[in-house]
Design a protein around this ligand. Structure first.
Ligand SMILES: C[S@@+](CC[C@H](N)C(=O)[O-])C[C@H]1O[C@@H](n2cnc3c(N)ncnc32)[C@H](O)[C@@H]1O
Length: 399
């Protein structure tokens, strides 16, 4: 089996950077990236600046792509948003997901191409959505995979728990077709052993052995029924095979080196990144506050939030980088410069390094603002590198 990859929602290429670092055998045969409602396509341009302007790098809304035209591939990868995955009945025709919900684009690709392996990334709250029916949306994803002949492992990974320079918690989903050598080998495997020691994530991100927190059977492939009735307290690690779900609370077991924010900070930083006379405003944004507010219905309430560190400590990993990084916003990092001791924002280059991209990766003609935005959307490439190594071993045994 070759190590061909299809990269959906490619952004600036985080999956590709990580996989290629794991092994030069990974070969991305098709990639798609399109920034909705924007004339400029900075992320796609950045992708092409590094990986070439090829016909197989496609800058079109994925919804407009006939999935049958995508080349065959062994591994489908993509980071996709947490949206409402519920389905509705459409009369005699069956069921339909909501328009613009990108999971259904992945689903259509799985149906058309049936890749043996799949690796996806989403935010950690995916497992608990929506608030009124916790676990429904992830249940829909699991039932979809089950219906298409796949088993699934998932894991919420905080990159900093495995030594990376950012505290970023993301849900990773690994799915494999049941008719692969790996699928047959894992079939009937004890779910606790899969979760604690033998499974894809246990091998990649070791964890302390734990007991099963909950178990449940999906019972139906019917996505409408799942939409209406399914709820489950998904924990941070789990496994679904043949409709049987088991989940455990993942406690990382990592003894390697830890990177700190100071380790990746730039020197000789240009003046434009320093705070000016707006320091008081930053202090206010980062500080504790209690504000009287009135809701739309006229109800008065007190909005309150606690303080966050100001400046951000450089002897810890960074906080999660959001797409709003760099704007005057409570979640933007403010650090004490290592050379001057003055307060400043992170540079776009530091944002690149916090996600584990090579230096100046997004410096391909886009504004600073969009460089931060792209990094807020991207992922910790080192996590993908680790997964790419495990996956490489799995695929080598397929022949
Ligand atoms: C969470 S980000 C993934 C970023 C990527 N993993 C990286 O390392 O940069 C999702 C990406 O999907 C893109 N996107 C959103 N809607 C899309 C659509 N309809 N078709 C294609 N791409 C889309 C966004 O522009 C964004 O870059």
């Amino acid at each position: 089996m070759d190590k061909t990859v299809c990269e959906l929602f490619a952004g600036v290429g985080g999956f590709r950077v990580g996989l290629e670092r794991a092994s030069k055998d990974w070969d991305t045969v098709w990639a798609n990236q399109w920034e909705p409602s924007r004339a400029r396509q900075d992320a796609f341009d950045c992708y092409c600046a590094h990986f070439g302007k090829e016909d197989t790098h496609v800058n079109v809304d994925i919804g407009l792509i006939d999935k049958a035209t995508i080349p065959d591939h062994t591994l489908l990868v993509g980071g996709f948003p947490c949206q409402d995955y519920s389905v509705a009945a459409t009369g005699a025709k069956g069921i339909e997901g909501k328009k613009g919900v990108l999971w259904w684009q992945i689903y259509d690709t799985l149906k058309a191409k049936q890749p043996p392996f799949v690796l996806l990334e989403n935010v950690d709250r995916l497992l608990k959505s929506p608030a009124k029916q916790r676990g429904r949306d992830f249940g829909i994803i699991l039932a979809s995979f089950w219906d298409l002949g796949y088993s699934v492992e998932w894991r919420v990974v905080n990159a900093a728990d495995y030594g990376f320079v950012q505290r970023r918690r993301r849900t990773f989903i690994f799915a494999y077709r049941n008719d692969t050598v790996y699928g047959q080998q894992m079939a009937g495997h004890d779910s606790l052993a899969t979760l604690n020691t033998d499974g894809f994530f246990a091998r990649t991100f070791p964890l302390k052995p734990n007991v099963i927190a909950s178990k449940k059977d999906l019972e139906t492939h019917d996505l409408l029924e799942i939409t209406q009735n399914f709820a489950f307290p998904f924990e941070t690690a789990g496994y679904m095979s043949d409709g049987h779900i088991a989940t455990v609370k993942a406690e990382p077991d990592y003894h390697g080196p830890h990177k700190l924010l100071r380790d990746i900070m730039d020197h000789d930083v240009p003046e434009k990144y320093y705070l000016g006379d707006d320091i008081e405003k930053w202090k206010y944004l980062k500080g504790a506050k209690k504000i009287e507010r009135t809701s739309k219905t006229g109800h008065k309430y007190t909005f309150s939030e606690g303080p966050i560190a100001f400046p951000d400590p450089v002897d810890r990993p960074a906080r999660t980088m959001l797409t709003s990084e760099g704007t005057t916003n409570r979640s933007t990092h403010v650090v004490k410069d290592l050379d001057t001791g003055r307060l400043r924002l992170l540079t776009p280059n530091e944002a690149n390094k916090i996600q584990g991209f090579p230096e100046h990766w997004t410096d391909t003609g886009m504004s600073d603002r969009f460089q931060y935005f792209c990094m807020g959307n991207a992922l910790v490439t080192g996590c993908i590198e680790r997964m790419g190594k495990t996956l490489g071993q799995i695929i080598d045994r397929e022949d």
